[in-house]
Design a binder for this molecule. Structure first.
Ligand code: ADP
Length: 354
């Protein structure tokens, strides 16, 4: 008996001292239990009327409609959730994350238990971050888009100079023109990758079947020249079909496979294996090479935009390939990482939730 009294006392103390609003309503949506955090959501002069009544008398019709709808969903389906702004009696607007669950008492009568958490600060931060992300994406897009035109002019006119006047210039002048064209080409690649990076958020593509074997065929045909030149051997095992975004998936494969072919010691024959493992809720893909590998300390940094471990004279590139992969994969709810040993090779793995 003492134990029951104590547990009732503890439950009451838990309810009363919970800073989050808690309410229990019966099947007619009448409030039967409410803690003070819940009652404080209503003007002081009506707080003593809350228990025993439905809320309709002091809320706007729109508020009533939303609350009733969520309560009914919880009663019918077992639970419901809603993130909603609430105007407090002092006029402040706060955002609450409201959970409702249905339960039954020992007589089988149904009730809704509602708990809410004030998430105003979190939501404000999310809004600010989303806004500044959008601004950054827009900035990167406009900056890189507008850089293309003058760059095309530099490249085209230097090429014209080279073809029309090259013969009348000396070796040094021709070398300078060669460097100008190469730098312009590199800048064009950087702009192309920056445009891809900044546009990733907005393709709005719908899920469709991704045939991984067909995508690897396509990527291999794009890289045919490099594969033939290096005599590379590419092994695949059991690649699946799944629902996703084939354009984004092929971009990931293209970046990882071209890196696996590129970051090789001089004279080494690349051997690359592409595999997939079904982990029930997610696919785990890996692309493993026998290339130059890297020190442990760089395993995280290489996924940052523009981070490169080698000069362009050694390996060409923009430093954006892995950043693009990470952005795509994380936006789909997956993760990407690398395991690597210097001079022995690297294995890039990533997950794709089903
Ligand atoms: P890029 O290849 O254009 O430089 P990435 O973002 O694709 O840019 O790669 C970033 C850096 O990570 C590369 O410059 C390279 O130093 C390292 N890296 C990427 N893939 C591999 C790999 N398979 N083996 C060894 N190092 C790699």
């Amino acid at each position: 008996m003492k134990q029951i009294v104590d547990s009732k006392f503890i439950l009451q103390a838990l309810l009363a001292n919970n800073p989050d609003p808690v309410v229990v309503k019966d099947a007619d949506l009448r409030v039967v239990i409410a803690n003070s955090a819940y009652l404080n959501l209503y003007p002081e002069q009506i707080r003593d009327q809350v228990i025993g009544s439905t809320l309709s008398s002091w809320l706007t019709p729109a508020e009533v409609a939303t609350i009733v709808e969520r309560d009914k969903v919880a009663l019918e389906s077992g639970s419901s959730r809603l993130v909603e702004s609430v105007t407090l009696p002092d006029g402040q607007i706060r955002v609450y994350d409201m959970h409702r669950v249905r339960f039954e008492d020992s007589d089988g009568a149904a009730f809704v238990l509602g708990t809410s958490r004030d998430v105003t600060e979190r939501e404000t931060l999310i809004d600010k971050l989303t806004h500044s992300n959008e601004e950054l994406e827009r900035f990167a897009f406009i900056a890189s888009h507008d850089l293309q035109e003058p760059l095309r002019m530099v490249r085209n006119f230097t090429e014209l100079l080279q073809s029309d006047y090259g013969d009348s210039l000396d070796d040094t002048a021709r070398k300078f023109m060669g460097i100008t064209i190469e730098s312009a080409t590199h800048m064009q690649e950087l702009i192309d990758d920056l445009l891809i990076y900044s546009r990733l958020g907005e393709d709005g593509a719908k899920d469709e079947e991704v045939d991984v074997n067909a995508i690897v065929d396509y990527v291999e045909s794009n890289l045919m020249e490099t594969i033939a030149k290096s005599n590379a051997r590419i092994i695949r095992n059991d690649l699946p079909c799944f629902m996703g975004n084939p354009v984004r998936f092929s971009r990931i494969v293209q970046n990882l496979l071209s890196n696996a072919l590129k970051y090789q010691a001089e004279g080494n024959t690349p051997t690359i294996s592409i595999s997939a493992v079904d982990l029930e809720n997610t696919w785990l893909f890996s692309i493993k090479d026998n290339g130059i590998g890297m020190e442990n300390e760089y395993r995280e940094q290489i996924f940052l935009p523009f981070k490169r471990l080698h000069g362009r004279s050694q390996f060409k590139g923009t430093g954006l390939g892995l950043a693009i992969c990470r952005r795509i994969i994380e936006s789909m709810g997956g993760l990407i990482w690398v395991e690597s040993e210097l001079n022995l090779g690297s294995s890039f793995s990533f997950t794709m939730p089903k």
